[in-house]
Design a protein around this ligand. Sequence first.
Ligand SMILES: NC(=O)c1ccc[n+]([C@@H]2O[C@H](COP(=O)([O-])OP(=O)(O)OC[C@H]3O[C@@H](n4cnc5c(N)ncnc54)[C@H](OP(=O)(O)O)[C@@H]3O)[C@@H](O)[C@H]2O)c1
Length: 257
Amino acid sequence: MTAKPVVLVTGASRGIGAAVAKRLRDLECRVSVAARDWRGDQTRRAIGPSAKNYLQLTGDVAHAADCRRMVADTLSRFGRLDALVNNAGILDPLARLADADPEAWQHNLTVNLTGPFYLAQGAIPHLRSTRGRIVNVSSGAAVKAIEGWSAYCVAKAGLTHLTRLLAAEEPDITTVALRPGVVDTAMQAKIRKEGAGAMAAAKAAYFHQLKADGRLLDPMVPAGKIAWLAIAAPPDLTGEFLDYDDPRIGNVQGDTV
Ligand SMILES: NC(=O)c1ccc[n+]([C@@H]2O[C@H](COP(=O)([O-])OP(=O)(O)OC[C@H]3O[C@@H](n4cnc5c(N)ncnc54)[C@H](OP(=O)(O)O)[C@@H]3O)[C@@H](O)[C@H]2O)c1
C-alpha cells in the first residue's frame, strides 16, 4: 500500500481506544476517532494538539445515523477506508438478571453489538474495495458467565459471533475479534467501584486485587495488537477470536498514553 492506511476507531476519547489512536498515529496512519464526549480527551493529549491526518468525530454508536455519518465523514476527509476498529463499549447495567433494568439491558446490546453492526454495514462497500479489515474489541466475557454482567456478556458473545458472520459473508475483508486482557481504564475503575453489589464477592475482590498487585495491563499493550491487526492482519486470521497475547498477532511500538 502506498498511501498511509485510513482507520476509523470508535470509543477513542480514553482508555484502549485512545491508546489505539496513538499507536496508529505513531505509524503515520490517517485516523478518524469517534466518541460521544471529548471533554476528557486523552487522545488529543497523547498524539499532540496539531496532529495532521487526524479527524475527531462526535457521535453515538447506538444511533444508526451517527454511525453512517462517522463513515461518511471519514470518507470525505481521507477519500478511502482501510480499517474499522469497533472499540466503543459499555458495561452497564451492573446488576443480576432478576434485577436489571430492561431498558439499560437493551441499551447495552445496542451499544456493544448493534453499533458495530451499523458501522460494519456502512464500512463494508469501502473495505471491500481496499481489501480492508475490521477489528471488533470483544472480551473474555464473551465466553464466561460473569454474574452481574449479563447484558455485557451476551453482547460480547454476539459481537464475537458477528465477527464470524462477517468473515463468512465478506471474503475480501479480514475481520477479527480480540480479547484485550484486563486493562487499566475507566471501565475497570467502574467495576471496582460499583461491581460489589452485583457480582459474587470473590469475583469483586479479584478485580480489586488485580489493581492492588499492579497486574492490570497498560492500555498501550492491547492497543499495539489492535493497531497491528487493523493495518496488517493476514486474511487467514479472518473470523478468529484472538487473545491479545496470541503469538499470531504482531506488534507495534510506542510510548505510554
Ligand atoms: N478495560 C478492560 O479491562 C476491558 C476488558 C475487556 C474488553 N474491554 C473492551 O474494550 C473496549 C474499550 O474499553 P475501555 O476499557 O477502554 O473503556 P472506557 O475507558 O470506558 O472507554 C470506552 C470508550 O467508549 C466510548 N463510548 C461509550 N459508549 C459509547 C457510545 N454509545 N457511542 C460512542 N462511543 C461510546 C467512550 O466515550 P464516551 O463515553 O465519551 O462516548 C470511551 O471513549 C470496550 O469495548 C470494552 O468492552 C475492556
